[in-house]
Structure formats: C-alpha cells, structure tokens
Design a protein around this ligand. Structure first.
Ligand SMILES: C[S@@+](CC[C@H](N)C(=O)[O-])C[C@H]1O[C@@H](n2cnc3c(N)ncnc32)[C@H](O)[C@@H]1O
Length: 323
C-alpha cells in the first residue's frame, strides 16, 4: 500500500493521508462493510471490530486508496471561531462596521463566525442575528440547527459587542478548499477522525452555512495577500489567522509582520486596524507551546493575550480581570 513512500518526510503525515483516504471511501458509501464500524456514518465505533474489514479494504481497493495518498491532509477547524470571534467581540468599542480578512483560511469556514452560536460554561451566550433554538428546524437543507459551539468559552467576556456588522470578508490559502462543493466538503470531512463526533458535527453544520454564504478565497501565500490589503475610512479592518503561522517560511513570516506593522502605522481612530491570532506560542523560553488568543489594535498598537484554549479552539479560557 505504501510502497514508494518510504522516504516521505515526517511532516507529510503519511499515516494521516492513509486514514483520510479510507475515511473518504467510507463517507462516499464506497466501503459499506467498514462503514458499519465508523461512527462518522452511524457505525458502532469499535476500532477492534473495524480492523479486519479495514485491512480488507486496503487489500481490495489498493488503487483508490493509493490515489488518495496524494492529497495532503487539510482541515478547517470551526471550533477555532470560539477563539477568533470571541477575541474580536472584545475589540469593537467603536461600533464601526468590520472588514474581516484571514490568511491560511483553508475553506474559509471561520470567516462565517458571526453566524455561529457561542455558549459559555457559566450559562452565558452570544447568539447570532437569527439564532436557531435547539430542536428548531431551520430553512437550511437538512434541517440543520446552525453551528453551536458548546461550550465555546468559560464565560462571556466583559464588554462584548452584542452585534457585529461584517461588511466585507475574504481570505487566502495556498490551497483554498471550496466548501460549497461535494469534493471540498469530503476533503475536510475525511480528515476529521470518525470518532470525533463534536468536531464532525460543527464541521457539517458550518458546511451548510457556507453553502448559503459562500466566502471568496484566493489561492495565494499569506505574504502576497497581506501586501494587497488596505485600510478603509469608516470601517474597522481586521486580519486574523489560526494555526497557520508555523507553516510559513521565516521570510514570509517577516513579510506578513512588516505589512501588519505598516497597516498599524497607517491606522487612525476613523480607520482602525486589528491583528488577531490564535496560534501556539511559548510564553516562557523553555515552557511548552500554548494556544493563545492574541490581539493588537491600532492606533494604540499594544499586543495583549486575551485567553487560551486547546488546539481546536474550544473552550477558550479568557484571561480578563474576572478570570
Ligand atoms: C492547520 S491548517 C489551519 C487552517 C485554518 N486556519 C484553521 O484554523 O482551521 C493550515 C493552513 O495554512 C495554509 N497555509 C500553509 N502555508 C501557507 C502560506 N504560506 N500562505 C497561506 N496559507 C498557507 C494551509 O494550506 C492550511 O490550509
């Protein structure tokens, strides 16, 4: 099965490619015997029982699975909206409309964060404009209840904006995925492991939102993309990103940072700019990497750590005064 891949470098994630290729077969109905064991399609979720059938699929479907090995695993983790959007909600005292841009956006699902419902562990919530109640049928195909992040946060942070008016949104990725196509949806779903039901549920819900609200993404590196960004009078321009910084070559990181600084210098009270990130970072020189929500807003221009979360973004612990 893996012949020819013996020298693949570790970061090419060969094992994940194999699992995703088989998961894709299961999701498309191409391996019904194996599907009986995959909880992503209603199966038992018993890995020991799945193994003989899994092995049989490898034996019988060599060509299809080997073809699937060519695709690098690519995810778009909707849980990270809890970190990015929860951060943004704390940075809008001016009430200006928001222009939202993302680098390394994958399928752009987190650019739809204002359509999601955020519940806090302490009983609070942030609801989108027309929230769907649990159990309530929506207008969306499949009777979806909308994206529910529960719990998204430990608590609703102080002074969050009740409403956000996003007047422009866009993003880039080296390999953007079109979430409105069957193929794009399958690429994302196959890279979430079949027993991760909460991740699959929020991804499936977000894919339905994306069909109603397609986001425009360009195939571009982060460095080129940020150089094309400009601020606009009367709007708050926001650049955000999650778990993509580590993939940028050092030179491209420097280009992005330089452009962020330049946009910051150009910002005024009538034309503010915010850089928001959810990325792993060492907070002490020899400490572990922690996934932190950081924000810098100009014209003030001082970076703050707003909170931290597990790698998939939920739940966020906010670091505010009443943390
Ligand atoms: C781990 S994924 C995270 C995707 C998304 N930000 C999220 O949190 O779900 C990293 C993404 O960065 C993209 N990427 C890698 N290098 C890039 C670059 N130089 N410029 C833009 N995007 C890049 C990858 O294609 C991939 O979609």
């Amino acid at each position: 099965m893996l012949a020819g891949h013996e020298q693949d470098p570790g970061p090419s994630a060969l094992a994940l490619r194999l699992m995703a290729a088989v998961h894709r077969l299961v999701l498309t109905g191409g391996a019904p015997d194996l599907a009986a064991h995959y909880s992503s399609v209603g199966g038992t979720g018993d890995p020991a029982a799945a193994w003989p059938t899994f092995r049989q699929v490898l034996v019988e479907r060599v060509a299809e699975v080997r073809a699937g090995l060519a695709s690098p695993p690519q995810t778009n983790e909707v849980g990270r909206s809890a970190a990015l959007f929860g951060g943004l909600l704390q940075l809008l005292p001016d009430g200006l409309p928001v222009r939202l841009f993302e680098i390394g956006a994958s399928a752009g699902l987190n650019l739809l964060a204002d359509h999601f419902t955020y519940l806090a562990a302490d009983g609070g919530a942030w609801l989108p404009e027309a929230p769907r109640q649990p159990g309530e049928e929506s207008g969306r195909a499949g009777g979806d209840r909308g994206v529910l992040l529960d719990p998204a946060w430990d608590r609703v942070p102080e002074d969050v904006a009740a409403r956000v008016r996003i007047v422009e949104r866009g993003g880039c990725d080296l390999s953007p995925i079109d979430a409105t196509t069957e193929d794009g949806a399958l690429s994302l779903l196959s890279c979430v492991w079949p027993d991760q039901s909460a991740r699959l549920a929020r991804l499936r819900s977000a894919l339905l939102v994306a069909r109603d609200e397609p986001v425009s993404l360009v195939a571009a590196g982060a460095g080129d993309y940020v150089e094309s960004l400009e601020l606009r009078e009367g709007a708050h321009t926001v650049l955000w990103h999650s778990v993509m910084w580590q993939y940028l070559p050092h030179e491209e990181q420097q280009r992005v940072s330089a452009r962020v600084q330049a946009l910051g210098q150009a910002a005024t009270e009538a034309m503010p700019f915010t850089h928001l990130a959810f990325e792993p970072r060492r907070l002490e020189p020899d400490g572990p990497h922690r996934f932190v929500v950081t924000a810098t807003s100009w014209p003030f221009g001082q970076e703050r750590i707003l909170g931290e979360a597990p790698p998939h973004g939920v739940p966020v612990t906010w670091w505010g005064s009443n943390a």
